[in-house]
Design a protein around this ligand. Structure first.
Ligand SMILES: Cc1cc2nc3c(=O)[nH]c(=O)nc-3n(C[C@H](O)[C@H](O)[C@H](O)COP(=O)(O)OP(=O)(O)OC[C@H]3O[C@@H](n4cnc5c(N)ncnc54)[C@H](O)[C@@H]3O)c2cc1C
Length: 399
């Protein structure tokens, strides 16, 4: 056998946090593995800064080309959407019918937006789950103020999780900035945050959620807690039976697992995530990392990166006939920005608020970039995110 034939073919599907990190880690062992990354888009998206992109930041803050990330790594990038899995022949088939054979398969497909069947939301609400959606929202904010010469009656953010909190905290300052940039008389803006459960961030300890609530109220955000969205029309949102007049509703409240798993008959948990064992394996030679896996802390980028490192470690150990590790969930550090230069942090048993929290968030972004890029490039990417959101050139570009 040649050296090449002895290598295991690892196919990683998904070019997000879990997939990119898995492929990068395995690529360090090119003597053992031949790594292929299948991705349905050419860029890696850094979700935590998407709200910046929607509120004045640039596309470059939130996206990095995969071909740039994998330059000189030996990883083969295949563009396409995985649609079908043949377990017998060990082949993933893409939408254009390209077959991708594997010895081991790692799935990291992320989640998709879920509107829970609420009428009007797919047609009228804005999203913030992709670069395209973030840019569409930014264009809308500008166009509306320019066309009408004043802000919308209400800006309604739905979902009191991290994305809804970040966005509702950042919107006010940005809307005032747009009016200033376009020489439009400054007027008050009304921002509403609607959350189904009785408090924000139910996953975090109560004092942290309460501190975020106080800070958002201090910024002028009106909180609708324990209120359910029932429908949206072109002019209003119905929340627990009452209408809120708005042409700007931003839906951040619902996620569903990628349909690849139900289409291909994977074993799913009650919350429709993929059931995995202590090696993050769901079936023979098929592994799942990140948001798709039923693990204690899935749903966070930090968990996806942790899972990827775990998987890569075990693949190497297995290839070298050494004992593998069993998965131990790692609690992420929760850092929740809520408005300019303010963030709440839950780090183990420690809670922090304010500017220190904000500083930790910036530091956390830097660490996250070093997870996927060499230090100089990570520093450059990080510098992008530090840029003042209120760059005149950006506003000019979208106006
Ligand atoms: C707006 C927003 C803000 C967030 N902020 C934070 C934060 O501050 N901190 C934090 O820890 N987490 C945050 N998260 C969560 C974090 O982004 C996710 O937990 C993380 O992205 C999960 O990584 P993943 O690899 O499982 O999936 P993703 O990063 O979503 O990657 C999935 C990839 O698979 C691709 N794909 C999907 N289907 C197919 C297919 N059939 N074939 C080929 N490719 C496919 C997708 O295009 C995508 O590139 C945020 C999420 C959002 C939406």
């Amino acid at each position: 056998m040649t050296e090449k034939q002895q290598k295991q073919r690892i196919v990683v599907v998904g070019g997000g946090f879990g997939g990119v990190k898995t492929a990068l880690e395995l690529a360090k062992h090119h003597e053992l593995f031949e790594v292929t990354l299948v991705s349905d888009r050419p860029d890696f998206w850094y979700f935590p800064t998407l709200y910046h992109t929607a509120t004045g930041g640039t596309r470059a803050q939130s996206s990095i080309a995969l071909k740039y990330l994998f330059k000189n790594t030996g990883v083969r990038i295949v563009a396409g959407k995985a649609v079908k899995l043949d377990r017998e022949t060990k082949v993933v088939t893409l939408a254009d019918k390209t077959p991708v054979p594997y010895d081991k398969l790692v799935l990291a497909l992320g989640v998709v937006t879920n509107y829970f069947g609420i009428p009007g939301l797919p047609e009228y609400s804005f999203g913030i789950k992709s670069i395209g959606e973030a840019e569409e929202l930014k264009r809308h904010l500008h166009k509306q103020i320019l066309d009408e010469g004043k802000p919308d009656l209400n800006y309604v953010v739905v979902g009191g999780g991290p994305t809804g909190i970040e966005l509702s905290g950042a919107l006010g300052e940005y809307l005032h900035f747009i009016m200033k940039q376009h020489h439009i008389k400054d007027r008050p803006v009304h921002i509403d945050l609607v959350e189904n459960s009785p408090r924000l961030m139910p996953r975090m300890p109560k004092p942290v959620g309460k501190a975020i609530e106080r800070h958002l109220r201090h910024l002028g955000v009106k909180l609708y807690l324990g209120k359910a969205v029932q429908g949206e029309t072109a002019d209003e949102l119905t929340v627990s039976g009452k209408p809120i007049r708005s042409h700007t509703v931003i839906w951040t409240a619902g996620q569903a697992n990628n349909s690849f798993f139900s289409d291909n008959m994977f074993a799913l948990s009650p919350r429709k995530k993929v059931v995995v064992d202590e090696f993050l394996r769901t079936e023979k030679d098929i592994f799942v990392v990140g948001d798709n896996a039923e693990t204690m802390y899935s749903g966070m980028a930090q968990t996806a990166v942790y899972d990827a490192e775990f998987i890569a470690h075990n693949f190497v150990k297995e290839a070298e006939n050494e004992p593998k590790l069993a998965y131990r969930p790692k609690k992420p550090v929760y850092v929740m920005p809520a408005g300019p230069r303010w963030a709440a942090v839950e780090w183990g048993k420690t809670h922090m608020y304010g500017k220190l929290g904000w500083f930790l968030r910036e530091a956390g972004d830097f660490v996250a970039f070093t997870d996927i890029e060499p230090l100089p490039q990570a520093a450059l990417q990080w510098a992008h995110t530090l840029q003042d959101q209120h760059l005149c050139s950006v506003c000019g570009a979208v106006a």
